[in-house]
Design a protein around this ligand. Structure first.
Ligand SMILES: Cc1ncc(COP(=O)(O)O)c(C=O)c1O
Length: 382
């Protein structure tokens, strides 16, 4: 089958646009080196037992925005607690957005990231929705480059590991009026991380939530806004009490169609070989991993469909074996098979299969530099 045509979304177009190389943007965030970095013993302890998101490196990138000066005071400084007014708007009104991106160590020791232009475009999409200032794309990339170069020793090299990078910005203006803040702080911190799910490439179990939604039409679902995640926590806790590891949300109007998990997009592999994923409705987050997998599948001649997926059809498809595999994907968890899907009145098990595994291998082979990157997605940091 001929490769299918696809009109890139705004994020995809921005993500794949040529960006300046790391040497060209480096130095925009000058380093103020940490006078007391982690000792060798502390470093060894962290790197010998990689978890996800618990340990942090010696530095962080930072810049400040004020309405009168714009973005300024770019710097890489020691990782340390922040000093924030208790009246800072973010603490009250959740004016905050973030990104998730990784630095990978290739076998030759070099350090790379993946499609930083995509994340730059997405943080600006999120910032727009939250009435926050955009960041110059090259500044976003420079913040990642300068931070990672300062803390390159923290990029692990074991299979499945990476330095998980968390760029984020929030309203720091100390003012209790509800308005868009006139002072914003932006940071990049990083956490040396092993696999997101402790079971590695093992199937996860998903509870399909009814009654709770993380976002709705006209809301902030397509932004990576902290408040969306706050809304997902109670259903996540309740799913955990039932023995499930993640929640899948349904559309707000009818509770009929799949949207996404709390932190991942979802794919359905049909027994006839076609692959389906919920279409972008403005409510779900447009995942970079989702985009990359769709692109690779299309290029492999797989028929992919971005469309509404009714939960009832999915369950019936699993029961009749018309559905062969279901998986979730995102930067943190990469590609993870879904082995059990349950909700009120249903509980089905789903086999793990070759399409999920191939998507995982194809993506991580590019990210880890094990194969040539035909898309220009990989970006050398140092
Ligand atoms: C709600 C949500 N959906 C999907 C994703 C996947 O996005 P990406 O592949 O860009 O990490 C994430 C993670 O960032 C997420 O938080």
């Amino acid at each position: 089958m001929a490769p299918q045509t696809h009109i890139p979304t705004a994020l995809e177009a921005a993500g794949d646009a040529v960006v300046l190389g790391a040497d060209e943007v480096a130095g925009r965030f000058p380093l103020h080196a940490n006078p007391s970095p982690a000792s060798q013993a502390e470093y060894d302890a962290v790197m010998a037992d990689l978890s996800f998101g618990r340990s942090f490196t010696d530095h962080m990138a930072h810049m400040t925005w004020t309405a009168d000066q714009g973005w300024h005071d770019r710097e890489v400084i020691p990782f340390a607690p922040l000093s924030l007014s208790p009246a800072a708007a973010v603490l009250h009104y959740a004016q905050a957005v973030f990104e998730g991106i990784k630095a990978y160590r290739h076998e030759d020791g070099s350090v790379w990231t993946f499609r930083p232009g995509y994340n730059a475009a997405r943080i600006n999409h999120s910032a727009d929705r939250l009435a926050m200032p955009e960041i110059d794309r090259e500044d976003f990339i420079a913040s990642v480059v300068d931070y990672v170069r300062a803390d390159a020793r923290w990029v692990p090299g074991e299979p499945g590991s990476s330095l998980y990078l968390r760029p984020f910005m929030f309203a720091s203006e100390p003012f209790l009026g509800v308005h868009s803040a006139s002072a914003i702080d932006y940071y990049v911190i990083g956490s040396p991380s092993g696999p997101y799910f402790t079971g590695g490439f093992e199937a996860v179990s998903i509870w399909v939530s009814k009654g709770y939604h993380r976002a709705g039409p006209g809301g902030t679902g397509s932004a990576k806004a902290g408040g969306n995640y706050a809304a997902s926590l109670l259903p996540q806790v309740e799913a955990g009490e039932r023995g499930f590891s993640q929640v899948c949300f349904l559309d707000t109007y009818e509770e009929k169609y799949l949207e996404e998990l709390g932190g991942m997009n979802v794919f359905v592999v049909m027994a006839d070989g076609t692959v389906r994923t919920p279409e972008l409705t403005g409510v779900i987050l447009e995942g970079g991993t989702r985009s990359a997998i769709l692109r690779m599948l299309r290029d492999q001649g797989v028929e992919v469909r971005e469309e509404q997926i009714a939960l009832a059809d999915l369950i019936a498809g699993v029961e009749s074996a018309a559905v062969a595999e279901v998986f979730a994907c995102g930067t943190a968890a990469v590609v993870t098979p879904i082995g059990r899907l349950a909700g009120e009145g249903f509980d089905v098990t789903i086999p793990t299969g070759p399409v999920t595994e191939k998507a995982y291998n194809d993506l991580t082979d590019i990210q880890m530099g094990r194969v040539e990157d035909p898309y220009g997605w990989t970006y050398r940091i140092c």
